[in-house]
Design a protein around this ligand. Structure first.
Ligand code: HOZ
Length: 440
């Protein structure tokens, strides 16, 4: 029974006329009015907010309303928005031209930083997005092994390449389109799906397709069906299964790289994949991706080897500079301790609020990634993620937004907090959440 359930305090939504007008205009020229489906409010209803600026832990919409931002651009904004040192560095390089179609020394420096941080990487290729990183990693695994099949996990999302839009999480699940139209059946048939946190499901596929699986791809901490932790031993089991079967283990650390620990989930859980995908934080908010592995594996990539992959804007000076400056700031002592302590404080506060209101919820968190799942069942895989109470989520989403807190418009996304999310900011989120629990 509730011990100290808060009294309901109705809230008056702020004016969002200009956002509504902006959405109207956008819908005429952009499919669904957005450039990425996860930004749409299709599953929560209403029009998306159009944003004007962001600073630190806060973001402002075009109507001038201020929100605490718990989206963090879906991952990159780990320092908080518009960190002055990053802004200054990007301004400085911009004055020398935006991109050259020729190599720069900056790219080598970023590669050196990544290699020093991420245990599995001895050599890295910079690309422009997490999608590019994942599709290149799959091609690399196929090139090295000479095999065709991929194993992914239901509810994991590795960007929007054809091979991965099979039981995909993130916006694909939010919109009820985990298998996309337009993906050739012959391509989709090469992607086998296993159950996250169930290594037996992987073992079964490997024995069903002996010597045919090129890669086992996994988000080592899932962010794309909401935040789902790996059970003890699960990642190690994947490592052992990959080694025994000759498949490559690919960690998609686009979200978790430099987020759950400086060296990513592989350093947090001490499991070394063959190939690692990165993105988000390593571009400091500008478009970037990367994939890396041992030198022996990466020597297969053109022009060193026969696997072709290329990009006009890959390694452009602005994105590389934003990434480099971000990594340098993350190296300051206490960074990850602070992200952990403040993340834990937030998660405890949110769980306590649900418990006291007698509302079934699982607040799941790793470091500064977190999801509130409104369900009685701990979420360990896709099936359990789908048990969430979507109506309650929608009420919470609007309750928070109307009280000045912006979270992803989907129950199947992680919230991302930053170094700018101080305990005072967390208190404000918890207070808004506690009040929002009384909404109906
Ligand atoms: N993985 C991100 C959200 N789950 C991608 C963001 C996007 O698709 O725009």
């Amino acid at each position: 029974m509730p011990t100290s359930a808060p009294t309901a305090t109705p809230v008056t939504p702020p004016t969002r006329t200009r956002s509504a007008q902006a959405f109207e205009a956008a819908q005429a020229v952009l499919p669904g009015g957005v450039n990425s489906p996860v930004r749409a409010f299709k599953s929560v209803g209403g029009s998306p907010l159009f944003m004007a600026k962001a600073q630190g832990a806060h973001i402002w919409d075009v109507d001038g309303n201020k929100y605490i931002d718990c989206i963090g651009s879906f991952g990159p904004a780990i320092l908080g928005h518009a960190h002055p040192q990053v802004v200054k560095a990007v301004q400085h390089v911009a004055e020398n031209g935006f991109c050259y179609g020729a190599p720069t020394e900056l790219e080598t420096t970023l590669a050196q930083e990544i290699i020093a941080a991420v245990p599995s990487i001895e050599m890295v290729r910079l690309v422009n997005s997490g999608t590019e990183a994942a599709l290149s990693a799959a091609r690399l695994a196929r090139a090295v092994t000479g095999r065709q099949y991929l194993i992914k996990f239901a509810g994991c999302y590795h960007g929007h390449a054809d091979a991965f839009l099979v039981k995909a999480g993130s916006g694909a699940t939010t919109l009820g389109q985990p298998d996309s139209s337009g993906v050739p059946v012959s391509v989709a048939n090469l992607t086998l799906t296993a159950t996250f946190n169930d290594s037996n499901s992987v073992a079964a596929l490997l024995s069903q397709y002996p010597d045919q699986v090129a890669a086992i791809l996994v988000e080592p901490v899932v962010g794309n069906m909401g935040c789902v932790r790996p059970k003890d031993g699960f990642l190690k089991d994947l490592r052992d299964l990959a080694t025994a079967s000759g498949a490559m283990l690919v960690f998609d650390e686009v979200m978790t790289g430099f987020r759950v620990a400086y060296g990513g989930a592989q350093s947090l859980y001490s499991v070394t994949p063959d190939v690692t995908c990165l993105g988000k934080i390593i571009g400091g908010g500008l478009p970037v991706g990367a994939y890396g592995a041992s030198k022996a594996i990466m020597q297969h990539v053109a022009p060193a080897g026969p696997m072709y992959q290329a990009g006009t804007l890959s390694g452009n000076p602005m994105a590389v500079t934003a990434g480099l400056e971000t990594l340098r700031l993350l190296q300051q002592p206490g960074t990850y301790e602070s992200l952990e302590a403040n993340g834990e404080y937030l998660a405890r506060g949110l769980q306590k609020a649900c418990d006291e209101a007698n509302i079934p919820a699982q607040v799941q968190r790793v470091g500064s990634m977190l999801t509130v799942f409104f369900t009685e069942t701990p979420v360990v895989d896709y099936e359990s993620a789908l048990t969430v109470d979507r109506d309650r989520f929608n009420t919470m989403f609007w309750g928070l937004l109307n009280r000045g807190v912006s979270i992803p418009p989907s129950p199947f996304e992680a919230w991302f907090t930053s170094l700018a999310h101080t305990p005072e900011v967390m208190d404000a989120i918890i207070a808004a959440f506690t009040q929002a629990l009384t909404d109906s």
